[in-house]
Design a protein around this ligand. Structure first.
Ligand code: TYM
Length: 381
């Protein structure tokens, strides 16, 4: 009895990729199967609403992600699988937390900074006609997560220009504020508040462990901070969660060597067909200066132990095509059973909806009890 609570979620924004899988989803299955945790896995559809604003797409992606969860081996008999929007306590608690956090605190979130930098990029592009800047100033991210372009001298120059501009004497406090507002124009409040809703997702269930990729570490730290803020203000209510990030797969690289991400267009879909795998692998950027194609190797090590890879890469020095072909075979051998299982599960959508409905009932029972406790503490009950 009294198992530790484990919770995590994925946004239904389209097909998950092998970065999502090795960074997070594989851990969901492995940790569930240890039997050591009481597990909650949900579809973060309200988080996805920041990106997917089309009802048909939202419905399709959500059901697809539920099928993906089942296909990777999440057993609904052992874990509670549900949709965030089915448990209204998440958004209600997020509002309560909103009243406890300050604006600059949220402005330090990586996701917000990345959106702000995109705004600066747009501004510079429009103003100076400079092309090709991307994520120019996200200097707080670890190098491996920065888009390659943000490390170029040109990108650094663009950011310097922007900073000089807003700090120059010709700029009054007001005009510099207006310029900043212009840059922020494209960012919706949902993106800004993303970490607050995520804190509510986590804290509602007394979660102890949150398996995620490295890019979500800061968000779990926000959840801890927010729990502490609430506990300090209203008395001991929330447990402090911990991120669980695997060192070896916390940042899975994409076909261009940057972090794999839909927004960088460098993904290998988790349930890819053989021809999709071929296309993605053939597009892996190889560095012609070395004998070992590092980007190929970095993906290959997810599918084959390094003890086997070393002799393979040694025997095929400089033979990029042969190595890519070996990688295609290894990825396909791994994905094929998942793909087939997924196709089978996709036949019975009614059953998947039923699983989500049952998950929602279970999640609601836990979440509404916690919310009631919170409402009493803040004095609205
Ligand atoms: P999402 O859908 O963006 O990502 C899902 C999970 O995939 C991980 N991930 C990666 N891991 C390693 N290498 C990569 N290249 C890579 N790309 C993505 C992410 O770290 C994540 O763990 N904010 C969450 C969704 C969420 C959530 C929560 C998670 C909402 N509420 C509460 C945990 C607890 C997200 O990033 O989803």
């Amino acid at each position: 009895m009294n198992k530790k609570i484990l919770l995590s979620g994925v946004k239904p924004t389209g097909r998950p990729h092998i970065g999502n899988y090795f960074g997070a989803m594989k851990q969901f299955v492995d940790l569930l199967n240890t039997g050591d945790y009481e597990c909650y896995f949900f579809l973060a559809d309200y988080h996805a609403l920041n990106l997917i604003q089309n009802a048909e797409e939202m419905r399709r992606h959500s059901l697809d992600l539920a099928i993906d969860y089942l296909a990777i081996g999440l057993d609904p008999k052992k874990a509670t699988i549900f949709k965030q929007s089915d448990v209204s306590a998440h958004t209600e608690l997020a509002w309560i937390f909103d009243t406890l956090v300050a604006v600059p605190y949220l402005m330090r979130a990586h996701a917000f900074k990345a959106s702000r930098d995109k705004g600066i990029e747009e501004y510079i592009k429009n103003k100076y006609g400079l092309l090709g800047y991307s994520g120019i100033s996200n200097k707080d991210l670890p190098d491996s997560e920065k888009p390659a372009i943000s490390r170029t001298p040109l990108a650094q120059k663009a950011l310097k220009e922007f900073n000089e501009k807003i700090n120059s004497p010709e700029y009054t406090a007001e005009s510099s504020f207006n310029l900043t507002l212009k840059v922020l124009e494209s960012i919706n409040v949902g993106t800004f508040n993303y970490p607050v809703l995520m804190a509510a997702d986590i804290l509602l269930y007394d979660t102890k462990v949150v398996p995620v990729g490295q890019d979500q570490k800061q968000h779990v730290e926000y959840a801890r901070d927010i729990a502490q803020k609430f506990n300090n203000a209203f008395g001991e209510t929330f447990k402090l969660p911990e991120p669980l990030i695997l060192g070896s797969t916390g940042i899975v690289p994409g076909t261009d060597g940057q972090k794999m991400s839909k927004s960088y267009n460098n993904t290998i879909p988790l349930f890819a067909t053989r021809s999709e795998i071929e296309k993605a692998v053939m597009s892996i950027v190889t560095d012609s200066s070395g004998e070992v194609p590092t980007n190929v190797y970095a993906i290959h090590r997810l599918f084959r132990p390094e003890s086997e890879l070393k002799p393979l890469y040694e025997a095929n020095k400089g033979k990029y095509k042969a190595l890519k072909e070996a990688l295609i075979d290894d990825i396909d051998a791994f994905i094929k059973p998942l793909r087939e299982r997924r196709a089978e599960l996709a036949q019975d959508e009614a059953k998947v909806r039923q699983i989500l409905a049952e998950g929602a009932t279970k999640a609601n029972t836990v979440a509404s009890a916690k919310l009631e406790e919170v409402k009493k503490k803040i004095g609205v009950l």
